[in-house]
Ligand binder design. Sequence first.
Ligand SMILES: Nc1ncnc2c1ncn2[C@@H]1O[C@H](COP(=O)(O)OP(=O)(O)OP(=O)(O)O)[C@@H](O)[C@H]1O
Ligand SMILES: [Mg+2]
Length: 364
Amino acid sequence: MPTLDSLRHQAQLAFIASGQDFELGHPGLCPRNPTQLAALVPGDDGVLATLSSGLTAWVHHLEQGGVGYAIKKARSQCLVQNLDGQTSFLNELQRRRDIAEIQARHGGFAGMVPTLYGSLAHGIIVSPWIEGGTVQQWDERKLLQLFDSGAELVRHGLFEWDYCPGNLLDDGRQLWLFDFGYMYRFDPLRQFNSAGMGNDVPQHHLAERFETRNYFAWLLQLEQAQGQDATLAAFRLEKEIALECYLRLRADLNAAGATLDVRDWLDGIIKHWRQALKGELEALYWQEGWRSHRLDLDDDLRGQTCTPRTLARCDWLLDAVAQHHDTLRACGALADETVSSDRRTLLAHYRQLREQAEGFQVTT
Ligand SMILES: Nc1ncnc2c1ncn2[C@@H]1O[C@H](COP(=O)(O)OP(=O)(O)OP(=O)(O)O)[C@@H](O)[C@H]1O
Ligand SMILES: [Mg+2]
């Protein structure tokens, strides 16, 4: 049986090969016509800035008539060297259409950037410009909004894989999602996520994705700046919010007819967090921390998209083995390791992965 990913890749590559356009929104909502927007270059009239750090696209901040627009222009070659990367622009257009349709039917999605116009043939996506910046400091409001948006997506059968810092913007009131290149469809009543066959990779879920791509990298900085107590307090806050979110999600999916498989899976996660929050939270911190840094390192190595942040994660893993090997072992954090979990072997293994990550540093 083919995986959900391979079915999606096949359909998306066939669509791209057919040469058809994929459009959404209305060209009439664009500040200039699509051909002009596709031809924008840095420094053009009205272009206040051009962000070229994205791996899939360039984003121009265009101002016209006192209104700000984000013009996302696909790179001719995506810098992510795999099929997900090669299909990510079409995928983003498709998911933006899904989101617009869900919003038209059910409302909601307060934290989702709307699409004014998008076209595969022009290689552009036009959205309102969000004034604000990346999240420097996670707090209760931002975490609540992150989990609200994430759970809303899950309920509607959309699984977002990449909650990395560069994919979230905060304007001081609302946390925004605006990059949907790695969001895939799945059936939330029967499946856990969009990996494998949908229900054979249970380790990936909303909180895991956020912790792996984002929160543990932030906790790493917090630990360096403010120490272990502040880090554990921030971890506790996030887990309490995640727990509340999962209890609501569990109830909603149950009401919508989720299978026993999905309900049991959520119950297992909820029970595990609840116990940890009542008692010794540190074991859960090492468990989730190890998993987060380990998986994110895997992602970066697989996509050959390593950054200085990847190296910092390697160092966290190496430090954890060097200083907390017994704790890691006792809390089960090392259960999924592919090499022997003794200290010396793990150190050698992660030193080797760090060297690989040094070789895969991307410059955009
Ligand atoms: N609507 C918007 N308002 C303000 N800034 C935006 C908007 N859309 C994108 N940006 C900025 O442009 C950057 C790149 O955008 P985006 O993440 O969509 O591109 P990308 O090429 O898909 O990135 P990657 O593939 O690396 O995730 C963002 O980090 C953000 O700073
Ligand atoms: Mg992005």
